[in-house]
Design a protein. Structure first.
Length: 149
């Protein structure tokens, strides 16, 4: 009796398996997109460095209808400091990932001298918001540099 076996599946079970497979595939695709470097960093990687007008440049993000400042300090060729200021206690409570994320991003950006850095998979949206603000501040420094030349 080593014959052929027939497996019978209920249509309901097939639909559930199909939905779970589609959701899993979508999650994997989104994870790959989120973790793939975009190549959109302001400071070029490699040997060339951006030229900045030295100073501290500020970009704002809005959390709970209140502004929070992202300050980026540069000298003529390097990003020297990135910090978040004016964050109120209620904002810290509602957005607990912002403080540790800006600290890890600033360390990595200063070390590599580019905003094209990998982000923590647990704080992708937070990292994206902060990187956008950092890029805005760096664009101000680079625009002033282009205007001076």
């Amino acid at each position: 009796m080593g014959g052929t076996r027939i497996i019978v599946w209920k249509m309901k079970d097939l639909i559930k398996i199909g939905i779970i497979a589609v959701i899993g595939l979508a999650a994997v695709i989104l994870l790959v997109i989120a973790l793939t470097p975009s190549g959109g960093g302001n400071a070029p990687s490699g040997g060339a460095r951006a030229v900045f007008v030295p100073g501290t440049y500020t970009a704002q993000i809005i959390l709970q209808n209140e502004p929070v400042n992202i300050n980026v300090t540069v000298n003529d060729r390097e990003i020297t400091a990135i910090e978040m200021t004016d964050m109120r206690p209620n904002q810290e409570l509602m957005y607990p990932l912002f403080r540790p994320t800006i600290e890890s991003l600033s360390t990595e950006i200063i070390r590599r001298q580019t905003t094209n850095v990998s982000v923590d998979s647990g704080a992708v949206i937070t990292s994206t918001i902060l990187l956008s603000a950092i890029n805005n501040a760096l664009e101000q420094a680079m625009e002033l540099s282009a205007a001076v030349e």
